[in-house]
Design a protein around this ligand. Structure first.
Ligand code: NIG
Ligand code: FE
Length: 427
């Protein structure tokens, strides 16, 4: 795990020069500059990184005089191409075993997500498969998903446990995240989600006792998890049970996050604000009051349009959050019910289905997504001092990220200034 302050992934002393970019998106525009443009964009620009950190951005001719291309350990010619910050995916359930593709058909025939769960399918089915899978295999499954995410431009990814629902498998899941993090270029951010569902044959209140009294102390002892999340939903955990889990998490130094108002309006958003959660996620049924509460608390709204797409459900009201001034973030919610590992597709959905502009979607997938996981070291931007996590697109403008929905616009992925993937859709 790259602990906060331990420096970004990337080789020590390694110098990287990305030069001649048609457009370099440094990050969201500074609100004080009174520019109408939502993004700070440099043209004919270069980016220089040393030891995995951005040290300069600016005109190519100036920067390459100071940092000659031929002296760079990694030089990337971005002529005619756009360079954007690496995507941050702040909400995934990427460690699991088993296959639920048949539930896709059941849903198409009209079965609801809750009906499938009530019959022991859904999350509970993935729990059975995950419990039976070795930690080594969980690591391999996760690494395979991370390869896809990296190729599509994700350079930092939050991953939740929650398919164990018992101490041993929850701990093994978190261990799998830590082991995958050591082996993969993507930075992983681990979240404990023991309160993801009520295990079969158990009662919610009694299971919450187990989460609080047994699982959380063990997770804290293990020392991997950074956040504690809960599925606050009708028929899962109510607001007071969710509060109990999150407050116990805080006592163990785990920052709260909440799955809130996904299938109904229960009060999870207000709870997130009250406990000072880093984020409240889903928010399909949030009210104007909820929006205000999040803004006042500084809790980041994380919208997950892929989930609504997969369920054929209504989308969250992104404009209500944006117009009120909230730092909207977006994420894949990758899980067996929402098989999307692409933050590019999420940005397409954000624009087409939630009325966001491509620039708003890019900020939501980078800087604001970093805020949702408490990364305020410049992650999600390419400002000086930020981790040198950058994407060279095979297109002249950032607009192609959301605009394309057939294949990826990402050509080269730099993680900590080192080329971590080269993709693109050229045959
Ligand atoms: O965020 N809603 C709860 N958790 C996941 C779904 C997990 C699953 O169905 O396996 C979500 O959508
Ligand atoms: Fe989720």
């Amino acid at each position: 795990m790259t602990a906060p302050g331990a420096g970004p992934k990337g080789a020590a002393g390694h110098t990287t020069v990305v030069h001649d970019a048609a457009e370099l998106v440094v990050g969201p525009a500074d609100p004080d500059t009174r520019s109408d443009r939502p993004l700070e964009i440099l043209e004919d620009a270069a980016l220089v990184a040393v030891g995995g950190e951005v040290v300069a951005t600016g005109p190519t001719d100036e920067l390459t005089r100071e940092y000659p291309i031929e002296n760079a350990d990694t030089a990337v010619d971005a002529s005619g191409k756009a360079v954007v910050p690496g995507f941050v995916d702040p909400h995934t359930h990427a460690v699991f075993a088993g296959d639920r593709s048949d539930e896709f058909e059941a849903k198409l025939r009209g079965k609801t997500y809750q009906e499938i769960l009530a019959e022991g399918g859904g999350i509970l089915r993935t729990v059975r498969a995950t419990r039976e899978t070795s930690t080594d295999d969980l690591v391999e499954n996760l690494l395979a998903h991370l390869d896809v995410m990296l190729a599509r431009g994700s350079t930092t990814v939050e991953v939740k446990s929650g398919y164990g629902l018992e101490t041993e498998t929850e701990l093994r899941t978190l261990e799998a995240i830590a082991r995958a993090d050591e082996r993969h270029p993507i930075d992983l951010v681990p979240t404990f989600l023991g309160a993801h569902a009520v295990p079969e044959g158990r009662d919610a209140a009694e299971y919450v006792d187990e989460v609080v009294e047994e699982q959380l102390p063990a997770v804290a002892d293990q020392g991997i998890a950074e956040f504690c999340d809960v599925f606050c939903e009708q028929g899962v955990f109510n607001v007071s049970q969710s509060r109990r889990v999150l407050e116990a998490g805080i006592e163990h130094d785990l920052t709260p996050k909440v799955h809130a108002e996904e299938l109904s309006h229960l009060g999870g958003t207000k709870l997130a604000a009250e406990v000072g959660a880093a984020s409240a996620d889903h928010l399909l049924h949030s009210t104007d009051e909820d929006v205000e509460a999040l803004i006042e608390a500084g809790t980041v709204p994380v919208l997950l349009p892929g989930t609504a797409f997969g369920l054929g459900a209504d989308y969250a009201d992104a404009r209500a959050f944006l117009d009120a001034g909230a730092p909207v973030a977006v994420a894949t919610d990758f899980n067996p019910n929402c098989h999307s590992r692409s933050m590019e597709f999420v940005q397409t959905l954000s624009c087409v289905e939630m009325g966001m502009t491509p620039a708003e979607a890019l900020v939501a997938a980078t800087k604001n997504a970093a805020l949702a996981i408490d990364r305020d070291d410049g992650t999600g931007t390419l400002r000086e001092g930020a981790p040198a996590d950058a994407l060279v697109l095979e297109a002249p403008s950032y607009a192609h990220v959301a605009y394309r929905f057939d294949t990826s616009a990402v050509e080269t992925v730099l993680k900590g200034g080192v080329v971590a993937a080269r993709t693109g859709d050229r045959p």
